[in-house]
Design a protein around this ligand. Structure first.
Ligand SMILES: Cc1cc2nc3c(=O)[nH]c(=O)nc-3n(C[C@H](O)[C@H](O)[C@H](O)COP(=O)(O)OP(=O)(O)OC[C@H]3O[C@@H](n4cnc5c(N)ncnc54)[C@H](O)[C@@H]3O)c2cc1C
Length: 495
């Protein structure tokens, strides 16, 4: 039974598939590529993504396979301008987990397989038509056979050149950043090489040069290398090119043993709406931006977590389709924020005017000397402060924010096989009566709130939906009834 067709088995499609299947939704996950990514691509998994994976049940495998980076450095002219540390990130995962994207995909695919679902490879989405009660899709298999399938819901996790986005005729608003960037996965040796677990950025008058640690003793090197017009793409770099950049912008160490040498350009683009009726976009299909801050893949995986529990509740008839209306405003606002922040970091690193560069370096030296500024930077990158304050699902003064894992009082909300809100209320008997009236929406047993006057409904993705005080009971009743409205009428199955 296919409830949901997911197109694209990159990190976002795999997360989407694993979350939906965990919640008992029938999925097909197709990818036109014959095999998964073989390169390192996105290297960082941040704290909030690891917390969300706790609910999925796969964080430990990632932590075991990755390398913990405890901090970063920003250097210029042989001096360290500042050292943001990640130790103060308010999360059990207070580090940047360095892990190549091929490993991330391998672990997510293994997790998905543990639920009995395999990625269907060499199956391409070639077109689709949306109707009121479902989406008719055309799939092409490796042998040329075309298959028509009717699916209640279609999710495009099909990357920057998304067929689903094109099929919806959506604008991918934005622009290219302009610089050519070199990317090299190499070994670095020499007494002046940065510590092997540090993300090191060198700000040089000719442009930035960044080193990211990779497990197994390698490092990713990224640097601007000038501009070419799109009609004459730059040939892939050589190891000598990498060494020349090291000598020019950092100095004192040697690159060897390259496994990946390429160029890339930064595009900063986003769609305005992530949902169109029964069709959704997530990940690079909806937003692409500078890799500065390593947010791209993390943001996409969090899109998937956000949508999966909502869709599962609708498919199972626990909630009405209006629950899905919150997906686009919540995640589009996060996409805007990530685009803005990554764009600012890139602009700051690529300043070309010498006076502006000197002012930037002075300002950085001062600001990064301040504990609060270093903390802010680390916290922002970790994504633990992402909140849905303006969401149609957020009600009350303390709503929309991440429910601090330290105050769970039990397993993380959403960790079981069924997506349920968790009620935190001091009056256990009244709480049990409420959960009894909404068994499809609430976890059976209410939990104690962190303070006795607090009253919260926490969503299955660990964000506060409703926060209330004395009047909490009536507000909760109304909130839950609104979620239930029209439940079961439109989320049907298709074979
Ligand atoms: C060189 C490079 C370096 C990068 N470095 C970083 C980094 O350091 N940090 C970071 O956060 N991000 C980085 N990224 C970006 C990161 O790789 C993406 O954000 C991430 O892969 C997005 O995941 P996704 O699942 O949305 O899309 P993708 O990983 O692009 O997956 C999309 C999948 O959809 C499939 N597909 C496409 N069309 C169809 C179709 N019609 N039918 C069936 N299947 C289809 C594709 O085969 C593909 O497997 C980098 C990317 C590149 C290219």
């Amino acid at each position: 039974m296919t409830d949901v067709l997911i197109v694209g088995a990159g990190p976002v499609g795999l997360t989407m598939g694993a979350e939906l299947v965990r919640y008992g939704v029938g999925v097909r996950l197709i990818d036109r590529a014959p095999h998964a990514t073989e390169t390192s691509k996105a290297l960082v998994v941040w704290s909030r993504t690891l917390e969300l994976m706790d609910r999925m049940g796969c964080t430990q495998a990632f932590v075991d396979a990755g390398l913990r980076a405890p901090g970063a450095s920003i250097r210029s002219g042989g001096k360290v301008l500042g050292n943001p540390r990640f130790a103060d990130i308010a999360s059990a995962y207070n580090f940047a987990l360095m892990i190549p994207q091929r490993e991330t995909e391998r672990l997510l695919a293994a997790h998905l397989r543990s639920f009995g679902v395999e990625v269907e490879r060499q199956v391409e989405l070639v077109g689709f038509d949306e109707a009121a009660d479902g989406v008719e899709v055309c799939l092409r298999h490796a042998n040329g056979r075309e298959e028509t399938l009717r699916t209640p819901w279609l999710i495009g996790c099909d990357g920057a050149h998304s067929t689903v986005r094109h099929g919806l005729g959506l604008a991918f608003e934005g622009a290219a950043q302009g610089d050519d960037w070199l990317l090299a996965d190499v070994r670095l040796d020499g007494s002046s090489a940065p510590p092997p677990d540090e993300i090191a950025t060198y700000l040089h008058r000719d442009g930035p040069f960044v080193i990211f640690p990779i497990p197994s003793g390698r490092a990713r090197v990224v640097a601007t290398v000038g501009r070419t017009d799109a009609a004459h793409p730059r040939p892939d770099p050589t190891l000598d090119d990498v060494q020349a950049l090291i000598d020019q912008r950092a100095g004192g160490f040697c690159a060897s043993d390259p496994v990946w040498l390429t160029n890339f350009r930064i595009n900063e683009r986003k769609v305005a709406e992530y949902r169109h009726g029964r069709v959704f976009l997530a990940g690079d299909a909806a937003h692409i931006h500078s890799p500065a801050g390593g947010q791209g893949m993390n943001t996409g995986m969090q899109d998937a977590v956000n949508l999966a529990w909502k869709l599962a509740m609708v498919v199972h008839g626990q909630a009405g389709t209006s629950l899905l209306d919150s997906y686009s405003p919540e995640r589009s606002a996060v996409g805007d924020l990530v685009l803005r922040n990554a764009g600012r970091l890139t602009d700051m690193a690529t300043l070309s005017n010498p006076a502006a560069q000197a002012a930037r370096n002075l300002a950085l030296r001062f600001l990064l000397g301040l504990h609060t500024v270093r903390d802010r930077m680390a916290t922002q990158m970790s994504e633990i402060e992402i909140a849905y304050a303006n969401s149609p699902l957020s009600e009350g003064a303390r709503s929309g924010v991440r429910w601090d894992p330290e105050t769970y009082g039990g397993p993380p909300p959403g960790a079981g096989g069924e997506p349920r809100f968790v009620l935190y209320a001091a009056d256990a008997a009244r709480g049990a009566a409420l959960t009894g009236r909404f068994p499809g929406l609430l976890e059976t047993t209410p939990r104690s709130p962190p303070d006795a006057s607090g009253f919260f409904l926490v969503r299955p993705d660990g964000y506060v939906g409703l926060s209330a005080g004395e009047t909490g009971w009536d507000d909760a009743e109304r909130y839950l009834r609104a979620l239930q409205q029209s439940a079961g009428r439109t989320g049907g199955h298709a074979s």
